[in-house]
Design a protein around this ligand. Structure first.
Ligand code: DSN
Length: 418
């Protein structure tokens, strides 16, 4: 396929090659990113991109669906198996659309939604002020505890009792700790709310059993497919049988037209890969690496939000270093360590140049890094942060990063073929 591209569109071919070189020649630490296998890449780039398939298996609006039906059924069954869910909808184009569909399955416009505030680690679609989710619904954001950075379940319960939301959303994009889904389920029941768990970041950890699953406690579970789950970019909704019809109607025809069958095909492959002992080892290593990275950074005097991590990510609070996130992330990028600047809870600095940097271990673990390399990465980060204005040092670190990366080529396959 790539040869055809070289012949027919050399400009795009060249840009893809450059991006491929970038991805292999740097340490990718944006916690929502990963590398997919060649099998996932092939499935996502297959002829399934040519097919419209509005509807659901056995109930389509266009003909020619005997293959698409089989693929979508396989994807649904694999999703139900790996997440142990009653029902799965594999059609959402992304996590944002999955969340919108989840809300429209459960809420009427104007009803109340309670989600973690974006600037405390939530997501835009959890009811943040600039998102449509706060225009269509009445949003009551909850914060994390200002001192510890942890979710405060008593405070969330009090807020829920006061505002009586119809939906409580739990899940986060910058929360480094285990989320107590059981506690959220109990709070939701107490106030007669539905619980939606957005596990986009931790889906792979949940599947592997290294983070508790929300499935027994939540009415609906949404996720993206490309973060720790290591598939192509897409979304899923998992739910209890009683919500299946409402969820399916909300996705199609409620929000979407034709599903992206090539993506669903790639997601199906990724879910088969995730249902293996190799994937469990991978997910365990993601967490071990994050802990090793966190410990070493703290030895270097970095302060971490919540004081550490239980999952795949860490959030550095740079205030004790007198630095802001943007110049640090940019210097790290020049040293071939790619992260993102990020708000910390109660950040005194603005979102475009906040006080935090968010780091994650899913991609580096895919390329084979273990604790020793995670410690080395922490040392690189420390060196860059100590030398933000010294381009010679930053370049030297960049060269060391390149050397390390060359010892860990990005693998094409993660599991033993059947
Ligand atoms: N953009 C994703 C992240 O980086 O966490 C969330 O959707």
């Amino acid at each position: 396929m790539i040869d055809a591209l070289e012949q027919y569109d050399p400009q795009i071919y060249e840009l893809i090659r450059q991006e491929e070189a970038r991805q292999s020649g740097c340490i990718r630490m944006i916690p929502s990113e990963n590398y997919v296998s060649k099998a996932v890449m092939m499935a996502s780039g297959s002829c399934l991109t040519n097919k419209y398939a509005e509807g659901y298996p056995g109930r389509r609006y266009y003909e020619g669906q005997h293959v698409t039906d089989l693929i979508e059924i396989l994807a649904i069954e694999r999703a139900k198996t790996i997440f142990r869910a009653d029902h799965a909808n594999v059609q959402p184009y992304s996590g944002s659309v999955a969340n919108l569909a989840a809300y429209s399955a459960l809420l009427e416009p104007g009803e109340t939604l309670m989600g973690l505030s974006l600037d405390h680690g939530g997501h835009l679609t959890h009811g943040w002020k600039v998102s449509m989710t706060s225009r269509f619904f009445h949003s009551v954001p909850y914060p994390v505890d200002g001192k510890t950075g942890l979710l405060d379940y008593t405070m969330i319960e009090d807020l829920a009792k006061k505002h009586r939301p119809k939906v409580i959303v739990c899940g986060a994009t910058a929360y480094p700790r285990i989320i107590d889904f059981e506690a959220f389920g109990r709070i939701a029941k107490q106030v007669g709310a539905y619980l939606v768990a957005d596990i986009a970041h931790i889906a792979g950890l949940v599947v592997a059993g290294v983070h508790p699953s929300p499935v027994p406690h939540a009415d609906l579970v949404t996720t993206t497919t490309h973060k720790t789950l290591r598939g192509p970019r897409g979304g899923l909704i998992l739910c209890k049988a009683e919500h299946a019809k409402a969820v399916d109607r909300a996705v199609f025809p409620g929000l979407q037209g034709g599903p992206h069958m090539h993506t669903i095909t790639g997601v199906a492959v990724a879910m088969a890969e995730a249902n293996t002992p190799e994937f469990v080892v991978y997910a365990q290593q993601v967490v071990k690496n994050a802990k090793a990275l966190a410990d070493r950074l703290m030895e270097h005097g970095f302060e971490l939000s919540t004081g550490g991590t239980d999952n795949h990510l860490i959030l550095i609070d740079l205030r004790n270093k007198g630095l802001l996130g943007k110049p640090v992330a940019k210097a790290l990028d020049r040293a071939r360590i790619v992260a993102n600047y990020n708000s910390i809870p109660n950040d005194p600095a603005p979102p475009m140049n906040p006080s935090g940097v968010r780091l994650g271990t899913p991609a580096m673990t895919t390329r084979g890094f273990k604790e020793a390399e995670a410690v080395q990465v922490a040392d690189f980060i420390n060196k860059v942060v100590q030398n933000l204005d010294n381009e010679a040092v930053i370049e030297k670190v960049g060269n060391e990063v390149l050397m390390l990366c060359s010892q860990f080529p990005v693998p094409e396959h993660f599991i033993i073929p059947q």
